[in-house]
Write a protein that binds this ligand. Sequence first.
Ligand code: GDP
Ligand code: MN
Length: 378
Amino acid sequence: MKIHEYQAKEILARAGIRIPEGRAARTPDEVAAAAEALGFPVVVKAQVHVGGRGKAGGVKLAASPDEAKAHGAAILGMDIKGLTVQKVYVERAADYAGELYLGVTLDRDRRRPVVMLSTVGGMDIEEVAEASPEKIARAWPNPLFGLMGFEARELCLAAGVPQAQRAAVAEIARTLYEQYFATDATLIEINPLFILRDGSIMAGDAKLDVDDNALHRQAALSALKEVSPDEQAEERARELGFSFVQLDGDVGIIGNGAGLVMGTLDAVRNAGGNAANFLDVGGGAREAVVKAALEIVLANKRVKSVLINIFGGITRGDEVAKGILAALEETRPRVPLVIRLSGTAAAEGRALLQSARLASRATMDEAAAEAVRLAKSA
Ligand code: GDP
Ligand code: MN
């Protein structure tokens, strides 16, 4: 589960990490009022459950109430990676000389949380990790001991944090590592961690993803759960027991079985396209399931074609076909569908689909190629 920057910052602040003064706002007038109360310059920041807001135009500096209000009006309602901005955070702007990156997440290879620190802050850390991995220093503390003082100092040294800031950054790293556990986070990140002109340190951004499986013991964090209209499909998928992950392509995917769906994503990529989601409906694929899956996939406005990939095992192909046809009676999709059916009673299933003039293909690669072609020509 994701929470907003301003909520994550409050948690950091309570743990003793310095943050700028700020207020959340829902209307341009509230933005102007908050800005006036805080004092200028301020920064107006979109609060959506996705990163890269700066690049998308969702973070803007303002020097006057009018400018703050105008930025508020522009950012509220903005679409950032498929999410509509409903709240902004207005902060006293930081006057900074440098930006660091600091984060803790699980390193599955090492089977331990990893602390990452870099002097290349403010940027997309995935890009840094790809282009110049040597610029990110890492430590894998023993979770029973926590991030020890000497380890934190070593980390700062390895990252090239200026001497004057090492002690302060080391302390923040230790706090963040503690908070990673205290909040049952899967990711906790400060990017940028500002080095202010006076040499002190302040968190410029905060990201906290909580492990869904730990929400039962994180009452305070659970209360922050917010399902925006754009995230409702994802929430619904979870309720129905589907495995669902939103991706950023335009070919909607429905399949039965996690391995099959992963294979489908590869097939789409091999055909030169990009999947819009991962959706595994699990074992069966009867009418109600297909209908729900279609609605979830089509709720994503970027979807230009849908690829349904079902392998009939215990589920018979003709039943799947009937499920799809019944679902289509009710849900009239706005984009073309391509269906790949194989396995038990696949031929009967394909015959049913053909009689309804639905595009079906015998192999996954053919179906993927067709779905990609349709998405591109849409
Ligand atoms: P993200 O793009 O979603 O990660 O949003 P961030 O909160 O990290 O903001 C993106 C960028 O906006 C930062 O890297 C800074 O360059 C800039 N920024 C954010 N807050 C401030 C601020 O208080 N003052 C100034 N001058 N720039 C800021
Ligand atoms: Mn950031």
